[in-house]
Every structure is written in structure tokens, then in C-alpha cells.
Design a protein around this ligand. Sequence first.
Ligand code: FES
Length: 169
Amino acid sequence: MILTEEEIREAAEKTREITAGCDTARGSLIPVLQKIQDRLGYVPAPAMEEAARHFGIPAVDVYGIVTFYNQFRLTPPGRHRVKVCMGTACHMKGGNIIMESWERVLKIKVGETTPDREFSLERVACVGCCTMAPVLVKDETVIGKMTPTKVDGMLFSHQLANKKEGVPQ
Ligand code: FES
């Protein structure tokens, strides 16, 4: 995903702010990356490069860590975040089918954001509503008893609402 000049500048600046009060011990790298993700919502390449500079290690090492742990996002989150529960109960009730349905309608894979940045797709662990499995969380709303048809319906009503508000499709 291509970042804007503003996003590149913001990523580097925020990373410098975070690393400013931090030592350069290798053990501090993951906590720094977590703080970057908290501030930016993801860990983009300019932030990895800035962190690498601070710790005096190759940027490829930082990249290796970010891609190893699935807690880190490489792309900016979308305006709407779809989180599919992959906890045991939801998995047993077809959570993977719900995930595949979202991947199909949004034409992205889990962990990615649509090119228009409208949606991002994530997997989450149990959200505590197992009786409603399979469950997803769209932004802050928990929706249970999901089916592929419901997925189609949710996207359709979202597009309809955007159309009414004049948001370009
Ligand atoms: S496993 Fe999905 S809500 Fe508990």
C-alpha cells in the first residue's frame, strides 16, 4: 500500500518521539514497536527504518520481527475495521467460512486493507460472546450468528449508506 508524504513524515516523527526516551538494548525493540502500533495503528516501513537506526541494527531485522508476530499490522487500518473471531467456539461454528466470505467480498486477505482504505480485515481471539458464534466485530459493534449471506448484506447496506451520503464508490 502506498503511503502519502504526510503518513511517511508522521511515521518517522512519531517513531523518533517514541525512541527518544528509550535505551538501545535489543530487548526494548518489541515494546517500541508496540508503542508505534498504538500510536499509528500499524508499523509502516519508515517507522521500521527509524527504529532500526535507533537500535543500530539493519532495517531487515526489524522487518523480520514485525512480520513474525501477528500482533503487528503492516498496513494502515481502514476507516471500518472488520474483526472476525477465530476463538474456539467461533472456529467450530465456521469462523473460517466467515473470514473467507469477507476476503471474497472485500478482495483482500486477513491483515490487509482495501485499496480505498474503507475496510481492513483482522482476526481476533474470543470476544466473550461465544453463545452468538460465529461472531464478528465491526468497528465497536459485535454481530453474532454470522453467515456468508449476512456478510454480503452488511457490505451491500454499507455501500448503500455511502451512496446516500454521496461517498464515491
Ligand atoms: S470464541 Fe468467538 S466469541 Fe468466544
